[in-house]
Design a protein around this ligand. Structure first.
Ligand code: HEC
Ligand code: HEC
Length: 421
């Protein structure tokens, strides 16, 4: 596990409430953080002395902790538990999973990790294997990673719409899983409430992996590796749907990207080119106005907006309204993060735009007036009516700035790659 800039990292204390622990508490106002909403209880009761929770004794100290220092400690603990070390003959059971030390950039808000689902090294590793294993699709050809490929920042190989195992096209583009741990309601219309909840959907979905859970679970139970891996991660060889999605969500929470050129520039380590600098200023100014929806450190407000995309009557996708049933939500879609956006073309919920330049031109030239058009987009139309347009150079500068959100360290992180290859 690499720790690129240790002094800027916060750690998850797995024995704590499930939130990331800060080393600079004074900088962050917990109460006002939208991400600190109470976490919906997720099925299982919150264990107080679960075998999966390993308290890291040093975590209470307000100092930066070197995660590598935990490894020897964990090894000592494991060694103490190994059978045959002492005169005690009772079966100590499987070794306790080691806490996974989540590295969150200091500038990020806390990640909401359900308190009863602490990350462990073994859980993350199991989730990664499941994420890339086509065993979870009917004809064993498709895994989560088939449509969320790491080399495309966890999107679908440049495809506008994803194809399921039977070659049927879905109606939406596979979103990037970059910083998925901060999503409050995954999917373009937000129809799920957690990563665990989301992961239940693609496996049985007939136009995705098409494998009912009651057929998927026996496959895993009969597999030569999985029972042992579940035991290592969860303390029992029992394999359930809940544990499968728990492990996959653990892996997804590790997909953190926060070391782009933009971050380095914010830390004063590098400088932008002139074009990137101009694009940065436009992005965060009323004249360019991207920042109201994509302006925080995650580059998304994580809510639903109508940005005036022409609705395709054939697709009949009314977005957020499919979930709420409200007329005022027709045409609203989730605001996506822009981190690593360079790698995730084509763009929008239906992949309608091939390039980032097309996207910026949409905001400037192709907005459709619709009943639920966001007030910010309306304000842009009003500015355009007053003759305040972005020039072609402005548009190229904004695109250049978007390129600074690419994080090569994230894109080439071996911990995120398919372990089965
Ligand atoms: C056939 C391609 C395909 C497969 C296989 C697939 N996905 Fe997806 N995924 C998509 C598409 C398309 C969407 C958007 C659907 C929507 O919003 O209605 C999506 C959405 C998501 C989201 C929500 C992201 C966001 O920003 O809202 C997550 C998380 C996710 N998938 C994880 C997974 C996991 C985990 C698996 C495996 C269990 C998986 N996907 C399998 C295509 C796929
Ligand atoms: C009112 C909020 C809002 C504003 C302002 C806004 N966006 Fe967006 N942006 C969204 C939403 C919502 C989507 C997804 C829309 C969809 O697919 O239906 C989106 C999509 C995008 C995408 C495609 C992302 C992907 O994964 O497909 C890019 C790139 C983007 N915006 C960049 C910008 C830029 C650059 C600006 C400023 C010129 C900007 N946005 C201003 C809300 C906004």
């Amino acid at each position: 596990m690499t720790v690129p800039h240790q002094t800027r990292v916060r750690f998850l204390d797995p024995g704590d409430s499930g939130f990331v622990r800060f080393h600079h508490m004074n900088r962050i106002d917990y109460a006002s953080s939208r991400n600190s909403d109470p976490v919906r209880p997720l099925g299982r009761p919150i264990p107080t002395t679960s075998p999966r929770v390993v308290r890291r004794p040093v975590a209470a100290r307000p100092v930066a902790i070197q995660p590598v220092a935990l490894v020897p400690l964990a090894l000592v603990l494991v060694a103490l538990l190994l059978p045959g070390c002492g005169s005690d003959t009772t079966d100590p059971g499987p070794p306790t999973p080691e806490p996974y030390v989540l590295e969150v950039p200091e500038s990020f808000p806390p990640m909401r990790v359900p308190p009863d689902k602490p990350l462990t090294v073994q859980g993350v590793e199991l989730g990664r294997k499941l994420f890339y294993d086509p065993i979870l699709s009917r004809d064993r050809t498709q895994a989560c990673g088939s449509c969320h490929a790491p080399e495309f920042a966890f999107t679908d190989h440049g495809l506008a719409l994803s194809e399921g195992i039977h070659g049927e096209l879905g109606t939406r583009s596979a979103p990037s899983l970059v910083n998925a741990g901060w999503l409050r309601t995954p999917f373009w219309d937000g129809r799920t409430t957690s990563l665990e909840d989301q992961a239940r959907h693609p496996v049985p979905n007939p136009i995705e992996m098409d494998l009912p859970w009651d057929e998927a679970l026996p496959r895993l139970r009969e597999h030569s590796d999985y029972p042992g891996l579940f035991e290592a991660a969860f303390g029992s060889t029992e394999i359930t749907e809940d544990l499968v999605v728990d492990a996959i969500a653990q892996f997804e929470r590790t997909l953190i990207s926060g070391n782009s050129k933009y971050d380095q520039r914010q830390r004063g380590e590098v400088e932008f080119t002139d074009s990137e600098e101009r694009g940065f200023e436009l992005f965060f100014a009323e004249s360019g106005d991207c920042f109201h929806c994509h302006g925080n450190v995650l580059f998304t407000t994580d809510d639903f907006r109508d940005i005036g995309l022409e609705l395709d009557p054939a697709a009949a996708d009314s977005g957020r309204a499919l979930v709420t049933g409200l007329a005022e939500d027709v045409g609203k879609f989730h605001v996506p993060t822009l981190r690593n956006i360079e790698y995730t073309a084509p763009y929008m919920h239906d992949g309608r735009y091939a390039t980032l330049e097309d996207v910026v031109r949409h905001y400037e030239q192709h907005v459709q007036r619709s009943p639920n058009l966001d007030v910010l987009i309306q304000a842009r139309l009003d500015r355009i009516d007053r003759g305040q347009r972005l020039t072609d150079q402005d548009i190229l500068d904004i695109v250049a700035f978007l390129g600074t959100l690419s994080d090569p360290e994230f894109m080439s992180n071996p911990d995120f790659a398919d372990p089965n290859r």
